[in-house]
Design a protein around this ligand. Structure first.
Ligand SMILES: NC(=O)c1ccc[n+]([C@@H]2O[C@H](COP(=O)([O-])OP(=O)(O)OC[C@H]3O[C@@H](n4cnc5c(N)ncnc54)[C@H](O)[C@@H]3O)[C@@H](O)[C@H]2O)c1
Length: 404
């Protein structure tokens, strides 16, 4: 298959591009490298040393003998270039990772809220319009998030894959209808993903686009079978308060002797998936697209759910790290249940990597190996969801790791 990977320089997009290339697909990456620029603005760097995109691609050619193409385009603002690339490439599948993806970053300031909405919504809409405009017949797989469902909305009832069957009362009795699961975003970032869903529903209905929306859990882990082949292929590992995801942050904190930072009670339950499973799920999704005229297919791309505090305790048991409780900067329930259906991926052949298999390797091979690159000043999350909320700053001094 000819596959265009939008956002293919990022944490999920890079290993996916290598995996698809390794599997024999003809891959082109489109990325404006905005994620690297945000690192420069935030004065932070991936824990793992990531080389420039040109060097990444050269290393892949040397290691695999295969070419991955690259085009630098801003999906949100360079519509004509996007359309020209689609006309030239005529991809069979397009994987859309290219959005600003951090909830804390999206809530950092008025500027980052506006940037996140402008970037994400325009990027998605430009893509859909360009596909219609160019007549390209490509299956689209978009990376959405479990956060579109919100947390705790349905108590212990399992979260279905995208759609909910409801009863609508009428004078003649109840009508049964299938609706998009109610959206309940917890941040401006999550809100953009709920807006994406409406764009997908419209373009699938109106123009017959074949769209799969992958409601992904929090991705953990770093390496895949391809990224381990050469250090220049290593995947990024974000640990900072804006972009670091919870489990990878705990792993890195444990490796440098920093207390594991749990926000609130740690009673929040979240869904997880290892990066190795993310890349497999993408190939499964683009190989099994919905038929033209169908509503968007929604797959919950998760393999496990855990309470944040249980994760911290697990890592503390393995490594001896202390746990520190910080004020929760988010507007959310202290605790929630989360039961998620993921039947479709399992039926399509996904064999999940579990936390128990992968955790120790991550601590030793990545977090400890690159611990010397960590900037301790960047660990604490400083974004707060509302003005006047308590921040973690007053606790900072007590959290600095000791010499030993
Ligand atoms: N990382 C996770 O835990 C996670 C969980 C759920 C969903 N997702 C979703 O998966 C997708 C990828 O996440 P990630 O962790 O790889 O993020 P990332 O920030 O590492 O990668 C996103 C890539 O998209 C590029 N990009 C952003 N805006 C662009 C634009 N306008 N034009 C061209 N390129 C653009 C960035 O430069 C970056 O390389 C995101 O949409 C995210 O919402 C990620």
């Amino acid at each position: 298959m000819r596959v265009l990977v939008l956002g293919g320089d990022g944490f999920c997009g890079w290993p996916t591009s290598l995996y698809l290339s390794d599997r024999g697909h003809d891959v082109t990456i489109l990325d404006n490298l905005s994620r690297r620029k945000i690192d420069v603005d935030l004065e932070v760097d991936s824990l793992t040393p990531i080389v420039p995109i040109g060097e990444r691609l050269r290393a892949w050619r040397e290691v695999s003998g295969r070419e991955i193409g690259f085009v630098s385009v801003d999906l949100a603002t360079e519509y004509d270039r996007l359309a020209a690339i689609l006309r030239e490439l005529r991809p069979d599948a397009i994987v859309h990772f290219a959005e600003q993806r951090a909830a804390p970053y999206s809530m950092r300031s008025e500027k980052t809220k506006r940037y996140t909405v402008d970037n994400n919504v325009r990027a998605t809409h430009n893509l859909l319009t360009a596909i219609v405009d160019t007549g390209v017949d490509a299956a689209i797989a978009h990376l959405g998030t479990m956060g579109v469902y919100g947390y705790g909305w349905s108590g212990t009832a399992p979260i279905p894959e995208g759609y909910l069957t409801v009863k609508v009362p009428t004078p003649d009795g109840d009508l049964e209808r299938e609706i998009l699961h109610p959206a309940n975003p917890g941040s401006v970032y999550h809100m953009t993903k709920t807006l994406d869903q409406l764009l997908f529903a419209f373009y699938a209905k109106n123009d017959g686009l074949r769209i799969t929306d992958l409601h992904q859990g929090i991705v953990w882990g770093t390496q895949t079978d391809q990224t381990v082949k050469d250090e220049r292929l290593i995947n990024r590992f974000d640990y900072d308060g804006d972009y670091g995801t919870v489990l990878n942050r705990f792993l890195m904190q444990a490796a440098i002797g920093h207390p594991l930072t749990v926000h609130g009670t740690g009673g929040q339950t979240r869904a997880f998936i290892h990066i190795r499973d993310t890349v497999r799920c993408i190939e499964i999704a683009i190989s099994n697209p919905p038929r033209p005229g169908s509503k968007p297919m929604v797959l919950n791309q998760i393999t496990e759910t855990h309470r944040v505090l249980d994760l911290a305790k697990l890592i503390s048991d393995i490594t001896g790290a202390e746990i520190a409780y910080l004020p929760n900067p988010r507007v959310e329930a202290e605790e929630n249940e989360l039961v998620v259906r993921n039947d479709q991926f399992l039926a399509l052949g996904l064999e999940p990597t579990t936390l128990s298999e992968g955790l120790l390797g991550e601590v030793k091979d990545i977090a400890a190996r690159y611990a010397h690159r960590a900037d301790l000043r960047k660990i604490i999350a400083r974004s707060v969801w509302k003005r006047g909320m308590q921040t973690s700053d007053d606790l900072l001094t007590s959290l600095q790791p000791t010499e030993d």
